[in-house]
Design a protein around this ligand. Structure first.
Ligand code: GDD
Ligand code: MN
Length: 379
């Protein structure tokens, strides 16, 4: 059996104090892994602190150390350059390892990550949050929160599989043949959102993802390169990445609801003023017309990703379910209104708003769980 060829990617920006030690540590790991050939690629963005010079000196003694340099465009862009480098080498490499230069990612985890990868997986995360993984005991609450919120956002906004616990981590091993099938133009993040972006791309293609626990420690020297810009980019891209995420469906659902109110008002005004119809008939008609217009908009806009072209029967069954749900919602709204207005002593506007809020939640729930369940549920 020939050895598995691995390229270790290390992006660096001002890591002069860490880079030599981490490369030497990796070369040490390499000697203990006879089944693997490890090359190291440092992707530096012309660090002014002399990082590339240190790497060049090491390259004279170690032929399996490489360096590419470029202008500073962020962590994500640096990794993309590393990917392109690896892919350009044809069949040279089987796997990539991605890691920080600062010793937060202990090189001793590499054998277990590579073992899992070559066993069967396509993407292996060195994970802080899977059972057995840890974060530094002295991390300030703010840092813990930052990391937890980022993971939460990635799950909630992007809809990343909940079984993957550490979705923002930067330590990973991946199969190069899988990466070759991913369109790198889909991975646009310049900064730290890149990690989520890449994971999402692998999951979308149906590649297998696994986690191995790691002990994440604080960087040895220097400072984190995380900037405020990374956080804003993270939130923006997390929201944008998946147009069919629950939060984005909810935003569309609420805007459809707003148009429903306008339709309702227009119909009731028309029936009463133009056709002189009794308000007690005009109101239920207006309600029903707005439910139907909401249904049509939700079908073609809010939940447009959740169904194929439905047959007439499927369409009618969805309409019936939606209608039943909406009538239930109206009843619920009336109930909440009555309770809060009567027993809570609240102003009628407040009571009404509470009713609208609860019934909107109810309608959204019914729509997601029963009406537009998933792409194939109705088929
Ligand atoms: N080439 C290049 N260009 N390298 C960069 C850049 C850049 O713009 N920004 C950061 N790096 C390098 C750093 O020199 C380091 O080797 C690595 O990328 C990670 O940067 P850190 O500054 O150490 O990141 P961190 O410790 O705040 O964040 C780590 O954990 C996060 C999850 O909590 C990283 O692993 C992140 O990728 C990860 O999302
Ligand atoms: Mn770090």
């Amino acid at each position: 059996m020939t050895a598995t060829q691995v390229l270790i990617l290390i992006p660096t920006y001002n890591e002069a104090e860490n880079i030599e030690a981490i490369i030497l540590a990796l070369l040490g790991v390499a000697t203990e892994l006879p089944d693997y050939n490890l090359d190291i690629l440092v992707i530096d963005d012309n660090s002014p602190d002399g990082t590339p010079t240190i790497v060049r000196t090491l390259m004279q003694r170690h032929t399996n150390v490489r360096l590419i340099t470029g202008k500073k465009q962020g962590l994500g862009k640096a990794y993309i350059r590393g990917f392109k480098y690896a892919l350009k080498q044809g069949d040279t490499y089987d796997a990539l390892v991605m890691m920080d230069a600062d010793f937060s990612h202990n090189p001793v985890a590499i054998p277990s990550m590579l073992a899992k990868l070559t066993d069967s997986e396509d993407y292996v995360i060195g994970s802080r949050y899977v059972t057995g993984g840890t974060i530094p005991g002295n991390w300030p609450l703010l840092r813990i929160l930052n990391s937890r919120v980022a993971n939460f956002m990635a799950h909630a906004l992007v809809g990343i599989d909940k079984r993957v616990t550490d979705v923002t981590g930067g330590y990973k091993a991946l199969r190069l043949s899988a990466l070759a099938n991913i369109d790198l133009r889909d991975i646009q993040s310049a900064g730290y959102f890149f990690q989520v972006n890449l994971l999402h791309a692998f999951l979308e293609k149906g590649y297998s993802v696994a986690e191995v626990p790691i002990t994440f420690v604080d960087r040895r020297f220097g400072v984190s390169k995380l900037r405020f810009k990374d956080i804003t980019e993270f939130l923006y891209r997390a929201y944008k990445l998946n147009p069919d995420s629950t939060p984005r469906r909810l935003v569309r659902f609420c805007s459809v609801g707003a148009t429903g109110t306008v339709v309702n008002l227009a119909v009731i005004a028309l029936l009463i003023n133009l056709f002189k119809i009794s308000p007690f008939i005009a109101d239920p008609v207006a309600i029903e017309v707005s439910i139907i217009s909401n249904f049509i908009l939700n079908h073609n806009y809010t939940f447009r990703f959740s169904h194929h072209k439905d047959s007439g029967i499927q369409w009618r069954s969805k309409l019936l379910k939606f209608n039943a749900g909406a009538l239930g919602g109206a009843l619920l709204s009336f109930l909440i209104f009555s309770l809060i207005y009567r027993y809570g002593g609240a102003h009628y506007i407040i009571a009404d708003l509470c009713g609208i809020l609860v019934s909107t939640g109810w309608n959204f729930w019914v729509s997601t769980k029963y009406v537009w369940r998933s792409v194939d549920a109705g088929a």
